[in-house]
Structure formats: C-alpha cells, structure tokens
Design a protein around this ligand. Structure first.
Ligand code: ATP
Ligand code: MG
Length: 183
C-alpha cells in the first residue's frame, strides 16, 4: 500500500492548507526542533483512525485542532486527507475499481470526527479495517514514534505478539475476533 499524497488543514501546527506529494524514495523529513515533523506522522496515524489522544500527544481528541498562536486565532476544525495508490486493489469491494483511494478525516469542535472514502461518508471502523487488512494502520510498527524503540524493548510479550501478527498479515482477523468476542 503506497501513500502518494498527504494534505493537512488546521491540523496541529499545520494551520494553513499544506499539500505534500509523497514520491518514491522518500526516506526522511528533516527540520529544526518544533517545526512539525512528528505532527506529520501523527496526521498519518490520525487519518487512519487513531482514536487515542495519548497517541497524538494530547489530552483530548480536539487537541489536534490548531489551538491558536500569538497572531492567529484557533480553528474550529482540522482535516487530513491521505491519497493511496490502489494499484494492488486492497480496498473494500465497493471502492476497489478506483486507482487512487482518498481517505479523509475531519474533526469539528463539539461534533467529533467524520470520515470519507473517495467522497463517500464511511465509519471509523471501515477506515481502520481497510488499513488492518493491508497490514498497516495507525498502530503499525512501520510508524515509529520518538521513544518507541526503548518502549518495545521493555514491552510485554502480548504487545510484541501484535507486531508479529501484523507481519503475518492477520491484524484484520485479530480485530474482527476481538469485536466478535465483545458481542
Ligand atoms: P522535534 O525535532 O523536537 O521532535 P518536531 O519537528 O517533531 O520537533 P512537532 O512535535 O511535530 O515538532 O511539533 C511541535 C509543534 O507543534 C510545537 O510548536 C507545538 O506548539 C505545535 N502544536 C502541537 N499541537 C498544536 C495545536 N493543536 N495547535 C497549534 N500548534 C500545535
Ligand atoms: Mg519530533
């Protein structure tokens, strides 16, 4: 699953519309401290359905919305759009004839999040399962947070098992089993 474009608007420090084309061979993002490198990674996690504020370094989900600065007022919503090359046809059947998948998530203060897949409103779960079935997603070990390596070394066996399950491509099954057990 190849990410080809990431657009942000009002997300954390990216208050102005930002459009990043992700070309083959991108290996790193560099910049001074506080310029927003980690925020970019968090935008990727968020649009893939991350719902734990702690994973976004916030106290609540609305903390991803631009909170204002000395010269600029706070925003009321944040939006992230991720484009994915769908050459491998990994999308759910209803969307799978498209060459590109456009996944969007928008949060509005007091109203929460809404998701779109190629223009159609979908549930958070639809987006999460799409990525789980493609063995990626907001909790994928492909996205390494600052400090995460030392966490991993100290992790419990069950947490390490998740990573092996993802490598084996069965994360989607794991999630469905978990949901079945809850019912
Ligand atoms: P480092 O090199 O230190 O890891 P970084 O490039 O990863 O830095 P980030 O952590 O992505 O930087 O960005 C931090 C900046 O984002 C801070 O200036 C912080 O004030 C700003 N920021 C985070 N959340 C918001 C928000 N909701 N509204 C406005 N600014 C925010
Ligand atoms: Mg950082």
């Amino acid at each position: 699953m190849r990410f080809s474009r990431l657009r942000l608007n009002g997300f954390k420090s990216f208050v102005d519309p930002t459009d990043l084309v992700i070309e083959d061979g991108l290996t790193g993002v560099v910049g001074p401290n506080g310029c927003g490198k980690s925020n970019l990674l968090e935008a990727l996690r968020w649009v893939m359905g991350e719902n734990r504020p702690t994973a976004m370094r916030g106290g609540g989900m609305e903390d991803v919305i631009f909170a204002g600065a000395a010269t600029r007022p706070a925003r009321n919503h944040a939006e992230v759009m991720l484009s994915i090359d769908n050459a491998e046809r990994l999308a759910p059947a209803a969307f799978n004839d498209a060459d590109t998948l456009e996944i969007g998530r928008r949060i509005t203060r007091d109203l929460g999040s809404a998701y779109r897949l190629n223009g159609r409103e979908v549930r958070a779960r639809d987006v999460q399962m799409l990525f789980a079935d493609a063995s990626t997603g907001s909790q994928s070990p492909a996205l390494v947070r600052q400090g995460q390596i030392s966490e991993l070394i100290n992790a419990k066996p069950t947490a390490r098992r998740r990573i092996l399950e993802e490598a084996a491509g069965i994360s989607g099954l794991y999630q469905r089993r978990h949901e079945a057990e809850l019912k």
